[in-house]
Design a protein around this ligand. Structure first.
Ligand code: SF4
Length: 430
Protein backbone atom coordinates (compact mmCIF):
# COMPACT_ATOMS: atom_id res chain seq x y z
CA UNK A 1 0.00 0.00 0.00
CA UNK A 2 2.81 2.43 0.96
CA UNK A 3 4.55 1.62 -2.30
CA UNK A 4 1.38 2.16 -4.36
CA UNK A 5 0.75 5.49 -2.60
CA UNK A 6 4.35 6.58 -3.19
CA UNK A 7 3.98 5.58 -6.86
CA UNK A 8 0.82 7.64 -7.20
CA UNK A 9 2.47 10.67 -5.60
CA UNK A 10 5.51 10.24 -7.85
CA UNK A 11 3.66 9.67 -11.11
CA UNK A 12 0.31 11.42 -10.77
CA UNK A 13 1.09 14.74 -9.12
CA UNK A 14 2.58 18.04 -10.18
CA UNK A 15 5.82 18.20 -8.20
CA UNK A 16 5.59 21.95 -7.54
CA UNK A 17 2.13 21.50 -6.02
CA UNK A 18 3.22 18.41 -4.12
CA UNK A 19 6.13 20.33 -2.65
CA UNK A 20 3.84 23.18 -1.58
CA UNK A 21 1.47 20.72 0.06
CA UNK A 22 4.34 18.96 1.80
CA UNK A 23 5.97 22.17 3.02
CA UNK A 24 3.01 24.42 3.80
CA UNK A 25 0.56 21.83 5.05
CA UNK A 26 2.90 19.03 6.16
CA UNK A 27 5.95 20.65 7.74
CA UNK A 28 4.54 24.07 8.65
CA UNK A 29 1.26 22.46 9.72
CA UNK A 30 3.20 20.12 12.02
CA UNK A 31 5.08 23.09 13.49
CA UNK A 32 1.85 25.03 14.03
CA UNK A 33 0.42 22.13 16.06
CA UNK A 34 3.68 21.98 18.02
CA UNK A 35 3.33 25.70 18.82
CA UNK A 36 -0.29 25.08 19.85
CA UNK A 37 0.84 22.41 22.32
CA UNK A 38 3.46 24.74 23.77
CA UNK A 39 0.86 27.49 24.13
CA UNK A 40 -1.46 25.10 25.97
CA UNK A 41 1.36 24.27 28.41
CA UNK A 42 1.77 27.99 29.12
CA UNK A 43 -1.99 28.32 29.68
CA UNK A 44 -2.47 30.21 26.42
CA UNK A 45 -4.75 29.40 23.51
CA UNK A 46 -4.89 29.91 19.77
CA UNK A 47 -6.24 27.20 17.41
CA UNK A 48 -3.60 25.98 14.92
CA UNK A 49 -6.17 25.41 12.19
CA UNK A 50 -8.90 27.91 11.31
CA UNK A 51 -11.99 27.36 9.21
CA UNK A 52 -13.35 30.45 7.53
CA UNK A 53 -16.73 30.59 5.77
CA UNK A 54 -16.09 33.43 3.37
CA UNK A 55 -19.63 33.78 1.99
CA UNK A 56 -23.13 32.65 2.94
CA UNK A 57 -24.53 32.34 -0.60
CA UNK A 58 -24.70 29.06 -2.51
CA UNK A 59 -26.11 27.91 -5.83
CA UNK A 60 -27.52 24.75 -4.21
CA UNK A 61 -30.11 24.13 -1.53
CA UNK A 62 -28.87 21.02 0.26
CA UNK A 63 -31.05 19.12 2.70
CA UNK A 64 -30.14 19.95 6.27
CA UNK A 65 -27.74 22.81 5.43
CA UNK A 66 -27.22 25.11 8.41
CA UNK A 67 -26.04 28.14 6.43
CA UNK A 68 -28.50 30.90 5.48
CA UNK A 69 -27.73 30.47 1.80
CA UNK A 70 -30.87 32.28 0.66
CA UNK A 71 -30.35 35.32 2.91
CA UNK A 72 -28.87 38.60 1.69
CA UNK A 73 -25.31 37.95 0.63
CA UNK A 74 -22.60 38.50 3.22
CA UNK A 75 -18.91 38.06 2.42
CA UNK A 76 -15.72 38.32 4.37
CA UNK A 77 -14.05 40.97 2.27
CA UNK A 78 -10.44 40.67 1.14
CA UNK A 79 -9.04 43.12 3.72
CA UNK A 80 -10.77 41.41 6.64
CA UNK A 81 -9.78 37.95 5.38
CA UNK A 82 -6.17 39.03 4.83
CA UNK A 83 -5.96 40.64 8.24
CA UNK A 84 -7.31 37.48 9.90
CA UNK A 85 -5.03 35.13 7.97
CA UNK A 86 -2.00 37.36 8.57
CA UNK A 87 -2.66 37.44 12.31
CA UNK A 88 -3.12 33.66 12.37
CA UNK A 89 0.12 33.19 10.42
CA UNK A 90 1.89 35.32 13.04
CA UNK A 91 0.78 32.68 15.56
CA UNK A 92 2.39 29.97 13.44
CA UNK A 93 -0.70 28.85 11.46
CA UNK A 94 -0.25 27.89 7.84
CA UNK A 95 -3.30 25.81 6.92
CA UNK A 96 -6.80 27.24 6.46
CA UNK A 97 -10.11 25.59 5.61
CA UNK A 98 -12.30 27.77 3.40
CA UNK A 99 -16.04 27.16 3.43
CA UNK A 100 -19.29 28.86 2.46
CA UNK A 101 -22.02 28.80 1.24
CA UNK A 102 -20.14 28.06 -1.92
CA UNK A 103 -16.68 29.70 -1.58
CA UNK A 104 -16.18 30.09 -5.33
CA UNK A 105 -19.14 32.50 -5.40
CA UNK A 106 -16.90 34.96 -3.52
CA UNK A 107 -15.74 37.19 -6.35
CA UNK A 108 -12.38 37.97 -4.74
CA UNK A 109 -11.52 34.51 -3.50
CA UNK A 110 -8.40 34.20 -5.68
CA UNK A 111 -7.12 37.52 -4.31
CA UNK A 112 -7.13 36.02 -0.84
CA UNK A 113 -5.18 32.94 -1.95
CA UNK A 114 -2.76 35.10 -3.93
CA UNK A 115 -2.01 37.31 -0.93
CA UNK A 116 -0.75 34.30 1.08
CA UNK A 117 1.69 32.16 -0.91
CA UNK A 118 3.12 31.06 2.45
CA UNK A 119 -0.17 29.44 3.52
CA UNK A 120 -2.15 26.46 2.23
CA UNK A 121 -5.90 26.51 1.63
CA UNK A 122 -8.41 23.69 1.46
CA UNK A 123 -11.64 24.82 -0.20
CA UNK A 124 -14.84 22.93 0.61
CA UNK A 125 -16.83 23.25 -2.61
CA UNK A 126 -19.58 21.64 -4.66
CA UNK A 127 -17.25 21.96 -7.67
CA UNK A 128 -19.79 23.69 -9.91
CA UNK A 129 -17.65 26.78 -10.40
CA UNK A 130 -14.41 24.90 -11.11
CA UNK A 131 -13.98 25.43 -14.81
CA UNK A 132 -10.70 24.85 -16.65
CA UNK A 133 -9.97 28.55 -16.28
CA UNK A 134 -10.51 28.54 -12.52
CA UNK A 135 -8.55 25.30 -12.14
CA UNK A 136 -5.66 26.72 -14.19
CA UNK A 137 -5.54 29.76 -11.92
CA UNK A 138 -5.52 27.51 -8.84
CA UNK A 139 -2.75 25.49 -10.43
CA UNK A 140 -0.71 28.61 -11.01
CA UNK A 141 -1.18 29.61 -7.37
CA UNK A 142 -0.26 26.12 -6.20
CA UNK A 143 -1.37 26.60 -2.58
CA UNK A 144 -5.02 25.50 -2.87
CA UNK A 145 -6.65 22.08 -2.84
CA UNK A 146 -10.34 21.80 -3.71
CA UNK A 147 -12.26 19.36 -1.54
CA UNK A 148 -15.27 18.62 -3.71
CA UNK A 149 -18.44 17.18 -2.19
CA UNK A 150 -20.23 14.23 -3.77
CA UNK A 151 -23.39 13.30 -1.94
CA UNK A 152 -24.53 10.17 -3.73
CA UNK A 153 -25.78 8.79 -7.00
CA UNK A 154 -27.41 11.11 -9.52
CA UNK A 155 -30.88 10.72 -8.05
CA UNK A 156 -29.70 11.00 -4.45
CA UNK A 157 -27.48 14.00 -5.23
CA UNK A 158 -30.38 15.84 -6.83
CA UNK A 159 -32.60 14.96 -3.90
CA UNK A 160 -30.01 15.95 -1.27
CA UNK A 161 -28.91 19.10 -3.03
CA UNK A 162 -32.19 20.49 -4.25
CA UNK A 163 -31.60 20.68 -8.02
CA UNK A 164 -31.35 18.55 -11.12
CA UNK A 165 -28.03 17.60 -12.70
CA UNK A 166 -26.01 18.35 -9.55
CA UNK A 167 -23.80 15.27 -9.70
CA UNK A 168 -22.89 15.77 -13.35
CA UNK A 169 -21.86 19.35 -12.73
CA UNK A 170 -19.85 18.30 -9.68
CA UNK A 171 -18.10 15.61 -11.72
CA UNK A 172 -17.32 18.24 -14.38
CA UNK A 173 -15.64 20.30 -11.65
CA UNK A 174 -13.63 17.29 -10.45
CA UNK A 175 -12.52 16.54 -14.01
CA UNK A 176 -11.49 20.16 -14.62
CA UNK A 177 -9.47 20.18 -11.39
CA UNK A 178 -7.80 16.87 -12.31
CA UNK A 179 -7.08 17.98 -15.89
CA UNK A 180 -5.22 20.94 -14.43
CA UNK A 181 -3.17 18.74 -12.11
CA UNK A 182 -4.56 20.03 -8.85
CA UNK A 183 -4.35 18.01 -5.64
CA UNK A 184 -8.02 17.04 -5.51
CA UNK A 185 -10.05 15.66 -2.61
CA UNK A 186 -13.62 14.34 -2.57
CA UNK A 187 -15.77 14.47 0.53
CA UNK A 188 -19.13 13.07 1.49
CA UNK A 189 -21.48 13.81 4.32
CA UNK A 190 -22.48 10.20 4.95
CA UNK A 191 -26.16 9.67 5.67
CA UNK A 192 -28.91 7.08 5.23
CA UNK A 193 -29.33 7.75 1.53
CA UNK A 194 -25.69 7.53 0.43
CA UNK A 195 -23.91 5.17 2.85
CA UNK A 196 -24.49 2.10 0.67
CA UNK A 197 -23.44 3.86 -2.53
CA UNK A 198 -20.33 5.65 -1.33
CA UNK A 199 -18.90 3.92 1.71
CA UNK A 200 -17.47 1.03 -0.26
CA UNK A 201 -14.35 -0.12 -2.08
CA UNK A 202 -15.84 0.36 -5.54
CA UNK A 203 -16.32 4.10 -4.99
CA UNK A 204 -12.86 4.57 -3.48
CA UNK A 205 -11.30 2.59 -6.35
CA UNK A 206 -13.18 4.81 -8.76
CA UNK A 207 -11.74 7.93 -7.07
CA UNK A 208 -8.23 6.47 -7.25
CA UNK A 209 -8.69 5.62 -10.91
CA UNK A 210 -9.80 9.18 -11.61
CA UNK A 211 -6.71 10.65 -9.92
CA UNK A 212 -8.30 11.91 -6.69
CA UNK A 213 -5.62 12.03 -3.99
CA UNK A 214 -7.68 12.14 -0.82
CA UNK A 215 -11.20 11.59 0.45
CA UNK A 216 -13.13 12.51 3.56
CA UNK A 217 -16.19 10.71 4.87
CA UNK A 218 -17.82 12.82 7.53
CA UNK A 219 -21.07 11.97 9.20
CA UNK A 220 -24.27 13.90 8.56
CA UNK A 221 -25.30 15.94 11.61
CA UNK A 222 -28.97 16.91 11.73
CA UNK A 223 -28.88 20.56 12.72
CA UNK A 224 -29.98 23.93 11.36
CA UNK A 225 -33.42 25.12 10.28
CA UNK A 226 -34.27 22.08 8.13
CA UNK A 227 -32.54 19.35 10.10
CA UNK A 228 -33.47 15.98 8.71
CA UNK A 229 -33.08 13.41 11.51
CA UNK A 230 -34.21 10.62 9.19
CA UNK A 231 -30.91 11.00 7.34
CA UNK A 232 -28.84 10.38 10.48
CA UNK A 233 -26.73 7.27 10.77
CA UNK A 234 -27.31 4.81 13.56
CA UNK A 235 -24.45 4.01 15.94
CA UNK A 236 -23.78 0.79 14.07
CA UNK A 237 -23.58 2.67 10.79
CA UNK A 238 -21.19 5.25 12.28
CA UNK A 239 -19.02 2.37 13.46
CA UNK A 240 -19.19 0.91 9.97
CA UNK A 241 -17.95 4.21 8.49
CA UNK A 242 -15.10 4.35 11.01
CA UNK A 243 -14.10 0.76 10.23
CA UNK A 244 -14.21 1.53 6.53
CA UNK A 245 -11.96 4.57 7.00
CA UNK A 246 -9.44 2.56 9.02
CA UNK A 247 -9.45 -0.33 6.52
CA UNK A 248 -9.19 1.97 3.51
CA UNK A 249 -6.20 3.73 5.06
CA UNK A 250 -4.51 0.36 5.50
CA UNK A 251 -5.25 -1.03 2.07
CA UNK A 252 -5.80 1.66 -0.60
CA UNK A 253 -3.39 4.16 -2.17
CA UNK A 254 -5.46 7.21 -1.25
CA UNK A 255 -5.28 9.53 1.75
CA UNK A 256 -8.37 9.38 3.96
CA UNK A 257 -9.12 12.33 6.24
CA UNK A 258 -11.14 12.12 9.42
CA UNK A 259 -11.46 14.57 12.27
CA UNK A 260 -13.14 12.62 15.04
CA UNK A 261 -10.67 10.01 16.33
CA UNK A 262 -7.15 9.81 17.63
CA UNK A 263 -4.73 7.07 16.60
CA UNK A 264 -6.07 4.64 19.21
CA UNK A 265 -9.61 5.18 17.92
CA UNK A 266 -10.74 7.30 20.88
CA UNK A 267 -13.43 9.77 19.89
CA UNK A 268 -12.74 13.49 20.10
CA UNK A 269 -14.17 16.79 18.96
CA UNK A 270 -11.61 19.00 17.18
CA UNK A 271 -13.28 22.17 18.48
CA UNK A 272 -13.18 20.95 22.09
CA UNK A 273 -9.52 19.93 21.81
CA UNK A 274 -8.83 23.44 20.51
CA UNK A 275 -7.46 22.14 17.21
CA UNK A 276 -9.87 24.37 15.31
CA UNK A 277 -12.50 27.06 15.54
CA UNK A 278 -14.56 28.74 12.84
CA UNK A 279 -15.18 32.21 11.47
CA UNK A 280 -18.63 32.63 9.92
CA UNK A 281 -19.60 34.68 6.83
CA UNK A 282 -20.55 37.63 9.05
CA UNK A 283 -17.13 37.52 10.74
CA UNK A 284 -18.34 35.85 13.94
CA UNK A 285 -15.88 33.66 15.81
CA UNK A 286 -17.73 30.40 16.47
CA UNK A 287 -16.70 27.10 18.08
CA UNK A 288 -17.24 25.19 14.82
CA UNK A 289 -19.15 25.65 11.54
CA UNK A 290 -22.39 24.11 12.80
CA UNK A 291 -22.46 25.96 16.14
CA UNK A 292 -23.80 29.35 15.12
CA UNK A 293 -23.19 31.22 18.33
CA UNK A 294 -20.49 33.77 19.06
CA UNK A 295 -19.29 36.32 21.56
CA UNK A 296 -16.42 37.69 19.42
CA UNK A 297 -16.04 38.94 15.88
CA UNK A 298 -13.09 39.52 13.56
CA UNK A 299 -14.58 42.94 12.71
CA UNK A 300 -13.16 44.96 15.57
CA UNK A 301 -9.73 46.27 16.47
CA UNK A 302 -8.71 43.77 19.13
CA UNK A 303 -5.92 41.46 17.93
CA UNK A 304 -7.10 37.98 16.95
CA UNK A 305 -4.58 36.51 19.38
CA UNK A 306 -6.29 38.31 22.25
CA UNK A 307 -9.79 37.35 21.11
CA UNK A 308 -9.03 33.63 21.04
CA UNK A 309 -6.93 33.67 24.17
CA UNK A 310 -9.38 35.66 26.25
CA UNK A 311 -12.73 34.40 24.99
CA UNK A 312 -14.63 33.13 28.03
CA UNK A 313 -17.32 31.83 25.70
CA UNK A 314 -14.97 29.63 23.69
CA UNK A 315 -13.12 28.51 26.83
CA UNK A 316 -16.36 27.49 28.52
CA UNK A 317 -17.46 25.73 25.34
CA UNK A 318 -14.28 23.65 25.36
CA UNK A 319 -14.28 22.98 29.09
CA UNK A 320 -17.98 22.28 29.66
CA UNK A 321 -18.17 20.02 26.65
CA UNK A 322 -15.02 18.15 27.66
CA UNK A 323 -16.55 17.49 31.08
CA UNK A 324 -19.55 15.78 29.49
CA UNK A 325 -18.59 13.93 26.32
CA UNK A 326 -15.79 13.06 23.90
CA UNK A 327 -18.37 13.06 21.12
CA UNK A 328 -20.18 15.80 19.25
CA UNK A 329 -21.90 18.15 21.66
CA UNK A 330 -24.33 19.32 18.97
CA UNK A 331 -25.65 15.80 18.50
CA UNK A 332 -25.44 14.57 22.07
CA UNK A 333 -25.93 17.59 24.31
CA UNK A 334 -27.41 20.61 22.52
CA UNK A 335 -28.63 21.71 25.97
CA UNK A 336 -25.02 22.45 26.97
CA UNK A 337 -24.70 24.85 24.05
CA UNK A 338 -27.87 26.65 25.11
CA UNK A 339 -26.51 26.96 28.67
CA UNK A 340 -23.16 28.33 27.50
CA UNK A 341 -24.81 30.78 25.13
CA UNK A 342 -27.08 32.08 27.89
CA UNK A 343 -24.23 32.32 30.39
CA UNK A 344 -22.11 34.44 28.04
CA UNK A 345 -24.86 36.30 26.24
CA UNK A 346 -23.52 34.82 23.01
CA UNK A 347 -25.31 36.08 19.95
CA UNK A 348 -27.12 33.98 17.42
CA UNK A 349 -24.98 34.33 14.29
CA UNK A 350 -27.61 33.14 11.83
CA UNK A 351 -29.53 35.47 9.57
CA UNK A 352 -32.70 33.57 10.48
CA UNK A 353 -32.26 34.24 14.22
CA UNK A 354 -33.43 30.82 15.39
CA UNK A 355 -30.20 29.09 16.46
CA UNK A 356 -31.25 28.67 20.10
CA UNK A 357 -34.74 27.39 19.23
CA UNK A 358 -33.17 24.90 16.81
CA UNK A 359 -30.83 23.60 19.53
CA UNK A 360 -33.71 23.34 21.98
CA UNK A 361 -35.75 21.35 19.45
CA UNK A 362 -32.99 18.84 18.71
CA UNK A 363 -33.37 15.27 19.78
CA UNK A 364 -30.11 14.09 21.39
CA UNK A 365 -28.52 11.14 19.61
CA UNK A 366 -25.26 9.24 19.68
CA UNK A 367 -22.27 10.60 17.81
CA UNK A 368 -18.71 9.33 17.41
CA UNK A 369 -18.32 8.57 21.14
CA UNK A 370 -19.56 5.13 22.09
CA UNK A 371 -17.28 3.65 24.78
CA UNK A 372 -16.04 0.18 23.94
CA UNK A 373 -16.44 0.81 20.23
CA UNK A 374 -12.95 2.22 19.64
CA UNK A 375 -11.33 1.15 16.37
CA UNK A 376 -7.59 1.91 16.38
CA UNK A 377 -5.72 2.86 13.22
CA UNK A 378 -4.22 -0.09 11.36
CA UNK A 379 -1.92 2.06 9.29
CA UNK A 380 1.29 2.99 11.14
CA UNK A 381 1.73 6.26 9.25
CA UNK A 382 -1.68 7.51 10.45
CA UNK A 383 -0.98 6.31 13.98
CA UNK A 384 2.24 8.31 14.06
CA UNK A 385 0.77 11.38 12.37
CA UNK A 386 -2.11 11.40 14.85
CA UNK A 387 0.18 10.82 17.82
CA UNK A 388 2.10 13.99 17.03
CA UNK A 389 -0.54 16.19 15.38
CA UNK A 390 -4.08 15.06 16.09
CA UNK A 391 -4.86 13.96 19.59
CA UNK A 392 -7.04 15.40 22.33
CA UNK A 393 -4.07 17.42 23.64
CA UNK A 394 -5.13 16.44 27.18
CA UNK A 395 -8.44 18.34 26.88
CA UNK A 396 -10.58 15.60 28.39
CA UNK A 397 -8.16 14.63 31.18
CA UNK A 398 -7.88 18.24 32.26
CA UNK A 399 -11.64 18.41 32.65
CA UNK A 400 -11.64 15.05 34.48
CA UNK A 401 -13.88 13.42 31.89
CA UNK A 402 -14.54 9.73 32.50
CA UNK A 403 -17.02 7.34 30.99
CA UNK A 404 -19.09 7.80 34.16
CA UNK A 405 -19.49 11.53 33.32
CA UNK A 406 -21.20 10.60 30.07
CA UNK A 407 -24.95 10.42 29.57
CA UNK A 408 -25.69 8.02 26.74
CA UNK A 409 -28.13 9.83 24.46
CA UNK A 410 -29.17 6.41 23.18
CA UNK A 411 -29.43 4.93 19.75
CA UNK A 412 -30.86 7.19 17.09
CA UNK A 413 -34.32 6.11 16.02
CA UNK A 414 -34.62 3.86 13.03
CA UNK A 415 -35.07 6.12 10.05
CA UNK A 416 -38.57 6.21 8.69
CA UNK A 417 -39.19 4.03 5.72
CA UNK A 418 -35.64 2.82 5.16
CA UNK A 419 -34.46 2.40 1.58
CA UNK A 420 -33.20 -0.14 -0.83
CA UNK A 421 -29.60 0.46 -1.83
CA UNK A 422 -29.08 1.89 -5.29
CA UNK A 423 -25.98 1.59 -7.42
CA UNK A 424 -23.81 4.59 -8.12
CA UNK A 425 -23.78 5.14 -11.86
CA UNK A 426 -20.49 4.64 -13.63
CA UNK A 427 -19.04 8.08 -14.31
CA UNK A 428 -16.36 8.53 -16.87
CA UNK A 429 -13.37 10.65 -15.82
CA UNK A 430 -12.59 11.46 -19.41
S1 SF4 B 1 -19.08 20.14 17.92
FE1 SF4 B 1 -19.54 18.36 16.62
S2 SF4 B 1 -19.57 19.22 14.53
FE2 SF4 B 1 -18.53 20.72 15.84
S3 SF4 B 1 -16.34 20.22 15.66
FE3 SF4 B 1 -17.13 19.12 17.47
S4 SF4 B 1 -17.66 17.08 16.71
FE4 SF4 B 1 -17.48 18.44 14.91
Amino acid sequence: MYLRMAKRLALETDKRLLWKLFWLMGIKGFLSVHKHKRRLKRGEFFPPFLYMSVINSCNLRCQGCWVDVGAKQSRIEVDAANKTITQAKAMGNSFFGILGGEPFMHKDLMEIFKAHPDAYFQVFTNGHFITDEVAAELHQLGNVTPLISVEGSEIISDQRRGREGVLNQTMEGIRAALRNNLMVGVCTSVCQTNIDDLVNDAWVDRLIEMGVMYCWFHVYRPCGPDANPDLSLTSDQQRRVRQFVVDTRATKPIIVVDAYHDGAGNALCPAVTGFTHHIGPWGDIEPCPIIQLAAETIHDDRPLKEKFNESEFLRDFRHMTAQNTRGCVVMERPDILVQIAEKHGARDTTARGTAIEELKAMQPRRSQYVPGNEIPERNLAYRLAKKFCFSDFGAYDQQAFTQASWTDPGESPTPAGGRSPSQLPVISSK
